[in-house]
Design a protein around this ligand. Structure first.
Ligand code: NAI
Ligand code: MG
Length: 500
């Protein structure tokens, strides 16, 4: 049986105490059912906290609170007021960066770094970026040819109550990625964190309470996807769903949202190609493509899991990327030496190891890694070492399905035409990478790869000003950038007949 961590030194004080509650209408409350569930540290299998298990009743209360706030005091916040709130939140997150990061480290298993606060810098930057928008969101005066007396203009108005459902692979950043555009556009929200890793989003909720913000603007309901998540996606009082997670669940969200035709934005899965040409800087490509797939134990939506290598350098690359994989230190996420932490949960571990077995059955060969680590202390956690498969055919399931573990499929190619076609031969379209010194190849593939982002001679770069979103089964709409705002805004046409 897992044991409870009682104020273990070095761990955030937030872990100590009773079950974490739901934030509804500015109050922390237990689930209506009184139920809770355990949150585990995937490095050790220990229970680190209990969390309220919200369901449809709690979602209903939270939606009422969000509607009340939307039609109440929040409407009277000027753009400059919303800017101030976002800047305040950025400062608070920055001041609590270390603690928030540690919660993700123990709850989700992402490795702590020497400077945990620096790991939160991207989330702080996102809040400050969105703080710039409220004062710049506006409609237009439009000339019309109907009558000189007719004055026509547009208004951009918040879409209303947003149900934001996030996954576990980056809990704090995922939460901030939804909260920031909600506050910037004047919407209100119910955030449903993932059941595997809700602690950082809940602690963020406490910081949000310190803001000069009316109750009910941000509500947080923790619980399972099939109950709390599904209730949010189907609720008639929710105007929009913003979802990040698997494509399978994305489809269910779309179905559930059909009754009241909710606006839906989806950031879904991927099976991203990373293409390495023989003329590339091989040192940079080994490191870039290696981290591009193994980072966060491969639990990254845009992980470059299909590594296509020009045949001339295939064997050398395979050897070098394998050596890189072997050099990475796998361990407890709290150990600052750790580069690869655990998989988030037993269920996800089973999924990943299931794919490792399947790959071998399908005829692929494991060059390194290939199974769960069970040495010493690691046996209690959910550890899978960086794994490299070779002899992979394009039609194998390991080459087509999102594994969401530290697993690379390295495959040779011969021509640009061939690799462009193979890159696109997937239902997904989230990200792609190209490594070459040849500008014409870079431009050609940047245009031909059908994904929402293409990185050339780099991988996993993000900036609040750059859009992030998927083509094909990888999603609808964009996160971050100017283009994300319209996902949270309605446009209204106003006609004023000023004839006497
Ligand atoms: P999931 O997509 O089912 O879960 C993501 C979020 O959706 C969680 O908050 C969950 O509670 C909620 N959810 C689940 N079912 C729901 C429903 N019917 N209605 C509303 N909300 C619901 O992902 P899960 O089960 O955690 O992981 C399974 C696989 O999904 C992974 O192996 C991975 O391949 C993929 N995944 C992809 C992510 C990405 O960012 N691309 C993130 C997380 C998982
Ligand atoms: Mg956990």
């Amino acid at each position: 049986m897992p044991t409870m961590v009682e104020g273990r030194p070095g761990l955030p004080g937030y872990l100590v105490g009773g079950p974490k509650q739901l934030l509804i209408g500015g109050e922390w409350v237990p689930a209506a059912s009184g139920k809770t569930f355990d949150s585990l540290n995937p490095s050790t299998g220990e229970v680190i906290a209990q969390v309220a298990e919200g369901d449809a009743q709690d979602v209903d209360r939270a939606v009422s609170a969000a509607r009340e706030a939307f039609y109440g005091p929040w409407r009277r916040f000027s753009p400059a007021d919303r800017e101030r709130v976002l800047l305040q939140l950025a400062d608070l997150v920055e001041a609590h960066a270390h603690e928030l990061r540690l919660l993700d480290v123990v709850d989700m298993g992402t490795p702590v770094t020497r400077d945990p606060a620096a790991a939160v810098a991207g989330s702080v930057a996102l809040l400050r970026y969105y703080a710039g928008w409220p004062t710049k969101i506006h409609g237009e005066t439009v000339p019309n040819s109907v009558a000189p007396s007719m004055f026509t203009y547009t208004l951009k108005e918040p879409v209303g109550v947003v149900g934001a459902i996030i996954p576990w692979n980056g809990p704090l950043h995922g939460a901030i990625g939804k909260i920031a555009p909600v506050l910037a556009t004047g919407c209100t929200m119910i955030l449903k964190p993932a059941e595997q890793a809700a602690l950082a989003p809940l602690r963020l909720g406490q910081l949000i309470e310190e803001l000069d913000l009316p109750p009910g603007v941000v509500n947080i309901v923790t619980g399972y996807g099939r109950t709390a998540g599904a209730a949010l996606a189907g609720h008639p009082g929710v105007d929009k769903v913003a979802f990040t997670g698997s494509s399978v669940t994305g489809r269910e969200i779309v179905r559930a949202s059909a009754d009241n035709f909710k606006r839906v934005s989806l950031e879904l899965g991927g099976k991203s190609p990373d293409v390495i040409f023989a003329d590339a800087d091989l040192d940079a490509a080994v490191l870039g493509a290696g981290w591009g797939v193994f980072r966060n134990s491969g639990q990254v939506c845009c992980a470059g899991t299909r590594v296509f290598v020009e045949r001339k350098i295939h064997d050398e690359f395979l050897e070098r990327v394998t050596a890189f994989a072997d050099s990475l230190k796998v361990g407890d996420s709290l150990d600052p030496e750790t580069q690869i932490g655990p998989i988030v949960s037993q269920a996800q571990l089973d999924r990943v190891t299931g794919y490792l077995e399947l790959g071998v059955q399908e005829g692929a060969r494991v060059v390194t890694g290939g199974g769960r680590l069970t040495d010493g202390d690691l046996a209690n956690g959910y550890f899978v070492p960086p794994t490299v498969f070779t002899d992979v055919d394009d039609d194998m399931r390991i080459a087509n399905e999102e594994i969401f573990g530290p697993v690379a499929c390295v495959m040779p190619f011969d021509t640009v035409d061939e690799v462009a076609a193979r890159s696109n031969a997937t239902e997904f379209g989230l990200a792609g990478g190209v490594w070459t010194r040849d500008l014409s190849k870079a431009h050609r593939l940047a245009s031909e790869i059908r994904t929402g982002v293409v990185w050339v001679n780099t991988y996993n770069q993000f900036d609040p000003g750059m859009p992030f979103g998927g083509y094909k089964s990888s999603g609808w709409g964009n996160e971050s950038s100017i283009h994300s705002l319209d996902e949270y805004l309605n446009i209204k046409a106003v006609w004023i007949n000023a004839a006497e």
